[in-house]
Design a protein around this ligand. Structure first.
Ligand code: GLP
Length: 256
């Protein structure tokens, strides 16, 4: 639990940076969304060496060309890749313009496998509980595939499309819940009051395909970093605070 969104971003950037310093050839799993913008701002300002890193993004809209300002490829280029020394050819975002989306999904899975799997995966959470674009009822063992977006998600992302949910693409290519769970470490971030209820369900509720983020409970190395507003519906707050203040793995992160 951190006081605000800036502190969440600071801690997340510190964690990512420590992984990159420890393993300069890290395979990074990256995410998009407003929450991540501050994280990328901080990573870009940290003078880290990304030259041996590879990256895989969670998802991409279908039918939006890479150079379009609404594509997640464009988002990543702008917010991170052009600001650090990562080799662009080593950055991967699913191709939402592929003629054969099934083949593209299979290719993406193969690339992740060939890279040796993802070392650390950043995740945001949608108001419908999605991670990536794994909308409600996504199979907990799902792999990268095409997914139809829920009205909740299209409304949530409308701000990036001139406020009009109908302009938000109806479909996306996304890593599956099963793909995400294979990353060696997961880091979920959420900020703001709009996420409080879904965060509580995902973290403390039963594991259910209705809330993809609840599947993170199955992962042995998953960290959740929240600001006060996003944490406000959790019931075991006292315990989480104790863990953060006392457990050695959080040492060095308490001031960020
Ligand atoms: C999009 C992405 C998700 C992300 C979500 C959160 O829907 N596909 O991966 O978790 O946005 O967005 P924000 O950080 O803007 O709340």
């Amino acid at each position: 639990m951190r006081p605000d969104a800036e502190a969440v971003a600071a801690l997340a950037a510190e964690l990512m940076a420590s992984r990159i310093r420890a393993n300069p050839g890290s395979v990074l799993g990256l995410a998009t969304g407003r929450t991540m913008e501050r994280v990328y701002d901080r990573l870009a300002a940290m003078d880290l060496d990304f030259s041996n890193c590879r990256s895989f993004n969670l998802d991409e809209y279908i039918g939006v060309p890479a150079q379009d300002e609404h594509s997640y490829r464009h988002y990543m280029d702008e917010h991170l890749f052009r600001r650090v020394n990562i080799v662009r050819a080593n950055t991967h975002v699913p191709d939402g313009m592929a003629a054969d989306l099934g083949a593209e999904a299979a290719r993406y899975e193969r690339l992740i496998r060939e890279a040796g799997g993802i070392d650390v995966q950043l995740l945001g959470i949608g108001e419908a509980g999605h991670i990536g674009f794994n909308e409600p009822l996504s199979a907990l063992m799902s792999r990268t595939r095409e997914k139809a977006l829920t009205p909740v998600t299209r409304r949530q992302n409308a701000a990036m499309f001139g406020g009009d949910p109908d302009r938000v693409p109806a479909r996306a290519l996304t890593m599956g819940v099963g793909t995400i769970l294979e990353a060696r470490e997961l880091l979920l971030l959420a900020t703001g009051p709009a996420k409080a209820e879904i965060v509580a369900k995902a973290v403390e509720g039963p594991i259910t395909a209705m809330i993809s983020a609840s599947a993170l409970q199955l992962h042995p190395r998953c960290k959740v970093v929240l600001d006060e507003a996003a944490a406000s519906s959790l019931t075991q707050r006292e315990y989480y605070d104790w863990v953060f203040q006392n457990e050695p793995e959080w040492e060095g992160y308490r001031q960020s």
